[in-house]
Design a protein around this ligand. Structure first.
Ligand code: KG4
Ligand code: ZN
Length: 374
């Protein structure tokens, strides 16, 4: 049974048994607000989704600058909420709850979002729901494809890399993850090393199209370990060494060298992700393999994962790219799932820079350029 609905859409009659949630996201370099509605028994609807990316603000610094990010979030959040309500043709009195990313992420940004959500909740009298950003990513396949629990989620972005078994909206088991760089971070660093612009992922993918995947035999780190942990930092160093010896030999890097380095790096990342995914799928019975995060846009990686899923006799799901990368619809949806379970917060909700989804798993090492890895 759904909790009672607090408001009605301003242009129509009250919908029985429907939930409308405003979501707010500001944990990294995207300021986002969105509204998701679910009428009981029907597929959820993303009524609006507004994302303001801060890439331009950080471009000159070669990474996200936390102070700049926090200030930009604080300045932009109100406008994004207003825009999301307008796009959905609603006002605040029509939403049932306000969901907000309460971590993990860059603390200044998370605090901006939490303070904004608390202000809206206090002003409107609507309930507040704190959402784990990773839960937002991990639950997205239920919003887009209606996946049933339990499923395996591979989260691969510029800040995250982990395998999660999603048992329910509140129970996640981390099977493994990177012990150093996230794959997107490695793509970005390698792009910089071989003279390609940022963000590096799409650039490497483009350059790799013309490359020879067998010219350099880059390492596949940690494949000898039986678990699902990964490492991408040594791979980056191997690319650096190959680049340096080419420069030493021929006094520079030709375009075909750039393409070959990109192709060999990309195939090494794809191999590692595919083999570790195979291991993660073997460890349990799941309904599907799902992937999310910016790196999930990579066609070579997607194809490798699709093959692994097929071989394991399971289905493969990748939400549309706009919902794979950071957005607030996933926060609204995760908030909706929590709200339905009665998991509400109050004004004591705190911003948490680190907040592992699986509190029982041992902490992961390192802190990425986009904040703490959880
Ligand atoms: O999920 P996302 O938009 O942001 C967070 O990290 O939170 O992921 C961005 C990362 C960047 O590192 C970017 O280089 C990488 O995803 N990326 C890709 C591709 N498109 C984006 N990596 C590999 N291939 C791509 N096509
Ligand atoms: Zn994210």
């Amino acid at each position: 049974m759904l909790p009672a609905r607090n408001g009605a859409r301003n242009n129509g009659p009250a919908l029985a048994d429907s939930l409308t949630i405003l979501g707010i996201e500001s944990s990294c370099d995207d300021t986002a607000a969105a509204i998701v509605r679910q009428v009981e028994g029907a597929r959820p609807e993303i009524m609006s989704s507004q994302v303001f990316g801060q890439t331009d603000l950080h471009a000159a610094f070669g990474g996200v600058v936390p102070e700049i990010a926090a200030r930009a979030h604080a300045e932009k959040l109100d406008f994004m909420v207003e825009a999301a309500l307008k796009e959905a043709d609603l006002n605040l009195s029509n939403v049932d709850a306000i969901a907000v990313t309460a971590g993990p992420g860059l603390i200044g940004g998370v605090m901006s979002g939490v303070m904004c959500a608390k202000g809206l909740a206090a002003g409107s009298g609507k309930p507040l729901v704190g959402v784990n950003h990773l839960a937002g990513h991990a639950l997205t396949p239920r919003l887009t494809d209606g996946l049933e629990f339990p499923y395996l989620m591979l989260l691969v972005s510029g800040g995250h890399c982990q395998f999660l078994t999603v048992h329910s909206a509140t129970k996640f088991t981390r099977l493994g993850g990177t012990i150093d760089d996230a794959p997107g971070e490695a793509f970005d660093k390698v792009a910089k090393l071989i003279g390609l612009p940022q963000p590096g992922g799409p650039e490497i993918e483009r350059a790799a199209l013309a490359g020879n995947t067998t010219r350099f035999n880059f390492p596949r780190p940690l494949l000898d370990r039986e678990n699902c942990d990964m490492s991408f930092s040594g791979l980056k160093t191997a690319v650096l060494r190959a680049r340096d010896s080419l420069i030493a030999e021929q006094s520079g890097l030709y375009q075909h060298d750039q393409a070959d380095l990109a192709a060999c790096f990309q195939i090494a990342v794809a191999d590692v992700l595919a083999q570790k995914t195979q291991r993660a799928l073997m460890a349990q019975e799941v309904t599907a393999l799902a992937v999310a995060g910016g790196v999930a846009a990579n066609k070579t990686i997607r194809a490798a994962l699709e093959t692994v899923a097929k071989e394991a006799g399971t289905t493969f799901t990748a939400p549309p790219l706009a919902l794979c990368t950071d957005n607030a619809a996933m926060i609204a949806w995760a908030g909706l799932e929590r709200f339905r379970l009665g998991k509400l917060d109050d004004m004591s909700l705190a911003a948490r820079p680190r907040w592992p989804l699986d509190e029982t798993a041992s902490p992961m090492l390192g802190s990425g350029k986009k904040g703490a890895k959880a």
